[in-house]
Design a protein around this ligand. Sequence first.
Ligand code: NAI
Length: 536
Amino acid sequence: MESTLKEMRVGASVLDMDPKSTVGGGVEDVYGEDRATEDLLVTPWTISVASGYTLLRDPQHNKGLAFTEKERDAHYLRGLLPPAIISQQLQEKKLLKTIRQYQLPLQKYSAMMELEERNERLFYKLLIDNVEELLPVVYTPTVGEACQKYGSIFKRPQGLYISLKEKGKVLDVLKNWPRKSVQVIVVTDGERILGLGDLGCQGMGIPVGKLALYTALGGIRPSACLPVTIDVGTNNEELLNDEFYIGLKQRRATGQEYYELLHEFMRAVKQNYGEKVLIQFEDFANHNAFELLAKYGTTHLVFNDDIQGTASVVLAGLLSALKLLGGNIADHTFLFLGAGEAGTGIAELIALEMSRQTKVPLEETRKMIWLMDSKGLIVSSRKDSLQHFKKPWAHEHEPVKGLLDAVQAVKPTVLIGTSGVGRTFTKEVIEAMVFYNEKPIILALSNPTSHSECTAEEAYSWTKGKAIFASGSPFAPVEYEGQVFYPGQSNNTYIFPRPWPGFGHVWELFVFMMICFWQPRKPCPGKLQRSTFQGG
Ligand code: NAI
């Protein structure tokens, strides 16, 4: 022993930074990893069999303390876990208790994300069993705050980042994703995250959250889901000046440079995953959203959630509201505040449904629907300066600037907010709605909660309980003059395209919950009702 220590002391120390020596603590550097330099890259080797310690670190297969005695023996887990065996049910109970103890929504979000990275099965069990409580945690409104702070909560990759740096190598980037049988990709470029605007690379929270719901509500395997964020820069000054910003620090690429990267991505996706993979565009700004949908609609299986998903879920809600009101959808007049992706998408589907039901041409049914943008009511005199997707809504009318004036001019039966601007349904506006209608339908769809056009409480109290109300982000039940009103949530999070079993590339839209247009009522039918309605 004496001589060995002496030899070591006079010999080279294992900590010497001589490039030829090893820093492996005496373990032979078989693959040359310790000698790797920036010029001579050596990819580290890992064991890929999911057993023992590796199994506990593999979120797809890890069960934590739920591994049974037999499994602990079979999978080389003895000694790696404390002796107690805690069933999944008990683990779920414990986690729910912990999550409920957190005061801040973002703490709850982080706890859920950590669980997903640790034990995927438990994460989905918890989410599915408590979907009403946890949906607002993993999706709107909390996901909005999570995106704003994504840089500081980022720990491990939850999806793929494809930036301008990867131009020319997008296929290689896709191959880096460990799961190969991808069926659904939710992709954002981060330019219009909820109603929060340009969050650049930090928009990743949206595809991650939406795909968690694809599994929890849509029944798609987690391994078949791939979240993607395309990073072409950001125009958000705050992020550009933030030394900790995780994305490309440059202004957004536009035009050819933007479309080349998107095109390479779309081609690579098909090449890597085949024809049947569904690509869902999420939270793209409208100057790209409509163009991408039109461009790839005939070559790829694409779906724009903000345009098509929102429209489907709102139409489902309106049809459900008609059960309370009687009559049919063509009896109604609609006014939208906000004429972007959500507004024009919903408007078009309503017009199509009116046309389908009444056999009146689409051009005519569109005339029952009015839209406003930041410049006022969309009318024919503005036609030349309108973006192409607004033109079908430019009806004959004199110009109207404010929302109250528009309500008085159009006398809508349904008022829909899709502007992303909070508190725009003022008391006067809502009172005007109830002045013209016995039961006005009021949908404040903008997200997150702070951008909602009005609160549930305002809608019910200003209409003296007469409004049929739903919002994009959830509101708690409201007590008004001794009655409890349960606001519905109208969010595209409830709609998922699903593969049609046995029909290969055919997908269907599947609404998992009709929004609860119901007032007042006994405690909400509550639990999400699976497969209650199929929309198209
Ligand atoms: P967008 O940017 O495509 O459209 C916004 C529209 O609002 C534009 O027409 C703009 O001119 C108009 N606008 C802006 N400020 C206005 C103002 N002060 N008065 C009148 N109009 C104004 O955005 P997009 O995708 O249509 O989303 C808008 C909002 O809808 C966001 O808050 C988003 O979170 C929400 N949304 C909700 C969904 C749900 O499922 N509940 C789904 C998709 C969007």
